[in-house]
Design a protein around this ligand. Structure first.
Ligand SMILES: O=P(O)(O)OC[C@H]1O[C@](O)(COP(=O)(O)O)[C@@H](O)[C@@H]1O
Ligand SMILES: [Mg+2]
Ligand SMILES: [Mg+2]
Length: 334
């Protein structure tokens, strides 16, 4: 049987089509892959590690951090700051942009990441993940805050890693979406899902129903109609899922279609939503669009948003094209 293609081989092949590619990007991606292998190990040790549960600290989001939020953040920063491919980083767990230490070279890329996504699931042994977004920076300089405030359509690359029954990296560099499974025998991510595409239609929605009374009218209407099933205006029954891990929802949708909504919450309309634009909505949105789906706030394409802050939050509606179009249409009708 032909051996699987490794992640590094796959990226080098892709880079061959880019004139004067320096190899920096390939090396940056393999640094990120190494960090995620270490996170996979840390997460898989579960209660044996003594690192489950909450830390005594809060992050800039006002959320009590899990010990593994901090540990996975440190793994990412330690693995990336010295490599010479980055001029700056942003993490969900750190208030300010992360500066590359004085004595390390400053590279041409910027990395933005959510080191542990779905962290409310870590203590109950459910799937969690890491999400990352790569933007162009200014080589040789320490990145300024403004350098990071680029719209999602400027992303060079986006990916997420799922730490589930198997460890999977889902990746796009703007040429479709591919999936790589971590082969524990050789410690390599190998190509197992080529050119993933999202089915256009779907009968499965994911939303945290406990927030229903705080949703805006267009979302209320969309979910009501799904719940009415074949007796209602949609004329077909819908199934519901909620994993409380955005990475797991995104992977399910890449695999069998569906729609995921974390809409605006009228409890705190000025908050702008729950999920973060720069290291959750933009990277996942880039992947979903590259697989033929859509990603919107309900009123705007997520990748067109001009960011005004590195921890900015947005409403997120993503997945199968026809379903997202319907929710956007309901917003336009109000
Ligand atoms: O707790 P809720 O309201 O169900 O929210 C779940 C959502 O929050 C998140 O866990 C937020 O991400 P973090 O765990 O990285 O903070 C998403 O992964 C998930 O979709
Ligand atoms: Mg997250
Ligand atoms: Mg997180």
């Amino acid at each position: 049987m032909k051996p699987h293609i490794s992640l590094t081989q796959f990226i080098i092949d892709q880079q061959r089509s880019i004139p004067n590619a320096s190899g920096d990007f390939t090396m940056l991606l393999s640094d990120i892959a190494s960090a995620c292998k270490r996170i996979a190990h840390a997460v898989s040790r579960g209660a044996m590690s003594g690192q489950l549960g909450s830390a005594e600290s809060e992050n800039v989001q006002g959320e009590t951090q899990k010990q593994l939020d901090i540990i996975t953040n440190d793994i990412m920063v330690d693995a990336l700051e010295w490599t010479g491919h980055l001029s700056g980083m942003v993490s969900e767990e750190i208030d300010e942009p992360i500066v590359i230490p004085e004595h390390f070279p400053k590279g041409k890329y910027l990395a933005l990441f959510d080191p542990l996504d779905g962290s409310s699931n870590i203590d109950i042994n459910l799937t969690v993940g890491t999400i990352f977004s790569i933007l162009k920076g200014r080589e040789g300089c320490n990145a300024s805050l403004e350098d990071f405030l680029q719209s999602g359509s400027q992303q060079v690359c986006a990916g997420f890693v799922l730490y589930g029954p198997s460890t999977l990296m889902i990746l796009t560099t703007g040429h479709g979406v591919n999936g790589f499974t971590l082969d524990p025998d050789i410690g390599e991510f190998v190509l197992t899902h080529r050119n993933m595409t999202i089915p256009e239609d779907s009968q499965e929605f994911a939303i945290n129903m406990s927030n229903q009374r705080f949703w805006e009218a267009p979302v209320q209407r969309y979910i009501d109609e799904c719940m009415q099933g074949r007796q209602g205006p949609r004329g077909k029954d819908f199934n519901m899922r909620w994993v409380a891990s955005m990475v797991a929802e995104a992977y399910r949708i890449l695999t069998r279609g569906g729609i995921f909504l974390y809409p605006l919450d009228q409890r705190q309309p000025d908050k702008g939503g729950k999920l973060r634009l720069m290291y959750e909505a933009n990277p996942i949105g880039f992947i979903i669009e590259q697989a033929g789906g859509l990603c919107s706030t309900g009123r705007q394409r997520i990748l067109d948003i001009q960011p005004d802050g590195i921890h900015q939050r947005v409403p997120v509606i993503l997945g199968s094209k026809s379903e997202v179009e319907r929710v956007v249409d309901y917003h336009q009708q109000t």
